[in-house]
Design a protein around this ligand. Structure first.
Ligand code: F6R
Ligand code: MN
Length: 191
């Protein structure tokens, strides 16, 4: 069955959202407990305000074996200490499920971490860039610019989100601003 709308027509570049009453996930600073390495800076900012970090508008047509879902993410600029505003990050519940991220506007990076080997990589995510996230790879997105970062993530309908596994160990690397640039460093040696 053909979808009921054309994604391009429904995409609103000014808000980075899809028109209509699509479910929107909103995550604020309070929802990212434990994600930022500098707990002091996190607590200090949270005591002053609880900013909106990002929204995800998900389009999930159906759960068929071959179906795809996609989500439009809008990640706002900002920092906690020297760490950029970021997404929670997750593995897919169905570990084999890969994902493609397409940058639409703004400037960001993606932190990828192989679940078995623990290897990490940082990839740019900005307008006209594409990031392939293989299966069994934890992924987290950071906004390293001063405007909202807007991107589309496309993944198998049955991928699911596993936040628990990566929250337990947290990502091994963090991304901080140094001399105006994003730098990846080991969490243990950081700050
Ligand atoms: C879906 C996906 C994205 C994220 C979005 C928010 O598999 O990777 O749509 O859901 O970038 O990040 P999380 O889900 O980690 O809060
Ligand atoms: Mn994903």
């Amino acid at each position: 069955m053909l979808p009921e709308f054309s994604l391009t027509e429904w995409y609103d570049i000014s808000t980075g959202r899809l028109r209509g009453n699509r479910p929107v996930v909103e995550r604020r600073l309070v929802d990212l407990q434990g994600c930022f390495a500098d707990e002091g800076e996190y607590a200090a900012l949270l005591s002053r305000e609880n900013p909106l970090l990002y929204t995800v508008t998900a389009v999930d047509h159906s759960e068929g074996v071959g179906d795809l879902h996609y989500g439009l993410g809008v990640l706002h600029p900002g920092k906690v200490g020297s760490e950029y505003f970021m997404t929670k990050g997750h593995l897919h519940s169905w570990r084999e499920a890969a994902e493609v991220y397409i940058g639409l506007s703004g400037r960001g990076v993606m932190l990828l971490e192989d679940e078995a080997a623990g290897e990490s990589r940082l990839e740019p995510l900005e307008a006209n860039s594409i990031v392939y996230v293989p299966g069994r790879t934890a992924h987290r997105t950071m906004n390293v610019g001063d405007k909202p970062l807007v991107y589309l993530g496309v993944y198998p309908a049955r991928a699911g989100h596993d936040y628990g596994a990566i929250a337990k160990s947290n990502f091994r690397m963090i991304v901080v601003e140094q001399d105006g640039r994003p730098v990846m460093m080991a969490r243990d040696n950081s700050l």
